[in-house]
Design a protein around this ligand. Structure first.
Ligand code: MTE
Ligand code: MO
Length: 362
C-alpha cells in the first residue's frame, strides 16, 4: 500500500490519532502547511536576474522522520562498514572529518511530496566521499546491495553500484551549519538522484549484503528504486500569494498583489540524472504552452528555478499547469524525459502535474 493511500484511509476512517502509532509524520506537510514563497524579490520585473542558487533556510527545511529523532552521543558514535567486505571498518567522526571535504548543492525531496508541496528543500552540504572508505573495506564481488542504517532504527537499501559512486558522500554540514538533530546530527549519507528515503540520517551502519532486501518505506510499498523523475513544481504566484488546499487562488485587479501589473508564476524543477531542458507553463489547462525562464544549475541534483511573467489582459478563470522536460533519453526506471500530462497526483515519485485554478477578478 502506498503511503498516501494509508493516510487517506486513516483520514477517511477518522482515525487520525492512529497516525502516531505507525509513525507517519507527513500529515502536516501534506494537509495544512502553507506553501512557502520561494522568491523574496519581486521578479515580475524581469530585469532582476534569476538567482543561480536558492537555498532553503534551515528553519524552513522540511523534516521527515519515521520516528522520534534520536539524540546521538558523538563521543560514543561510530559508523560501521560490515557484511560482505574483506575488512570491516569502524569509523569515528574524526576519521570522517579528517578525510578530504567537498561542498556541493543538492535538493532533497520526499517521494510523498505532492506536486505543490513543501516536502522539498535545497541546501549546500559539506562532507566527504564514501567511496575511499568502501575501497579500503574491500567490497566482495558477491555483494549486491548495501543496507544503510540510522540510529533511529531506520533502514533502506541500494544496489552496490549506486552507493559506490564518487558523488555519494557522508555529510555533516547543511548550509554551513552542523546538521541539526532533526536533519541527522552528526552524520548522514547523501545518494544523489534518489528521493529522501534513500538518504539515511544519524547514519550508523553500512552493510554489504549478498541478496536483495527492502527498507522501511519500501516495505510499505514505496518505490524501491526511488529515482527522481523529471518534474516541475509550481511554488508561488506574485511575491507571496499561494493557492489554498483546493488549488485555487484569486487576485484583485489592482493593489500590490493585483494582476493589473502582471502576475509572477514561479517554481522549481528537478530530475534524478539530467539537466532540466525546459519548463513550459500553460494558462489554459494544457491547450497552449509558454516557455518559462529558468536557471541552469551546474549539477542536475540541484533544483532548477523557473519563472514566467504573465501579463493577463482579461479577468476570468485560468487553469495553470507547469511541465518540465529534461535532457536525458527516456529511461525504464526514471520514465519519460517529459513530464506526463495525465499522471495522477498520487503516483509514486510525485511526477504529477498540479492544476491550479487562478481567478482574476474584474
Ligand atoms: N534515519 C532516518 N533517515 C531518514 C528518515 C528516517 O526516518 N530516519 N527519513 C527519510 C525520508 S523519508 C526523507 S524524505 C528524508 C528527509 O530528510 P530531512 O528530514 O533532512 O528533510 O530523510 C530520510 N532519512
Ligand atoms: Mo521521504
Amino acid at each position: 500500500m502506498k503511503r498516501r493511500q494509508i493516510l487517506n484511509r486513516l483520514l477517511q476512517a477518522g482515525a487520525v490519532a492512529g497516525l502516531g502509532a505507525i509513525g507517519i509524520k507527513v500529515l502536516p506537510g501534506l494537509m495544512s502547511k502553507p506553501v512557502k514563497a520561494i522568491f523574496a524579490l519581486d521578479l515580475r520585473e524581469s530585469s532582476t536576474p534569476l538567482p543561480e542558487h536558492l537555498l532553503t533556510p534551515l528553519s524552513e527545511f522540511y523534516v521527515q522522520s519515521y520516528a522520534v529523532a534520536p539524540t546521538v552521543d558523538v563521543a560514543a558514535w561510530n559508523l560501521k562498514v560490515t557484511g560482505a567486505v574483506a575488512t570491516p571498518l569502524t569509523l569515528t567522526l574524526a576519521d570522517v572529518m579528517s578525510a578530504p571535504q567537498e561542498t556541493f548543492y543538492l535538493t532533497m525531496e520526499c517521494i510523498g511530496n505532492p506536486a505543490g508541496g513543501n516536502l522539498i528543500g535545497n541546501a549546500e552540504w559539506t562532507g566527504t566521499p564514501l567511496l575511499p572508505f568502501l575501497q579500503r573495506a574491500g567490497v566482495q564481488p558477491e555483494a549486491v546491495e548495501f543496507v544503510l542504517r540510522g540510529a533511529d532504527g531506520y533502514r533502506t537499501t541500494l544496489p552496490v553500484a549506486d552507493v559506490m559512486r564518487p558523488d555519494v558522500r557522508l555529510v555533516h554540514l547543511m548550509n554551513g551549519q552542523p546538521l541539526s538533530k532533526e536533519h541527522g546530527y552528526p552524520l548522514r549519507i547523501l545518494v544523489p538522484g534518489h528521493f529522501g528515503q534513500k538518504q539515511p540520517k544519524w547514519l550508523t551502519g553500512i552493510e554489504a549484503i549478498v541478496s536483495s532486501q527492502k527498507g522501511y518505506w519500501e516495505r510499505w510499498g514505496w518505490s524501491n528504486t526511488a529515482l527522481i523523475p523529471t518534474h516541475a513544481l509550481s511554488r508561488q504566484l506574485q511575491q507571496t500569494r499561494v493557492w489554498n488546499g483546493r488549488y485555487q487562488v484569486s487576485f484583485p485587479k489592482t493593489g500590490e498583489a493585483g494582476w493589473g501589473n502582471g502576475v509572477l508564476i514561479a517554481g522549481v524543477a528537478l530530475d534524478g540524472s539530467a539537466p532540466i531542458q525546459r519548463i513550459s507553463v500553460s494558462l489554459d489547462g494544457g491547450n497552449t504552452w509558454n516557455l518559462a525562464e529558468q536557471s541552469h544549475p551546474t549539477s542536475p541534483h540541484e533544483w532548477t528555478i523557473w519563472r514566467l511573467a504573465w501579463r493577463p489582459e482579461q479577468p476570468g478563470r485560468y487553469i495553470l499547469l507547469a511541465r518540465a522536460e529534461s535532457n536525458r533519453s527516456p529511461h525504464p526506471l526514471f520514465g519519460d524525459s517529459i513530464q506526463p500530462l495525465d499522471d495522477p497526483i498520487s503516483r509514486d515519485g510525485s511526477s504529477g502535474i498540479l492544476k491550479i485554478q487562478v481567478d482574476l477578478e474584474a
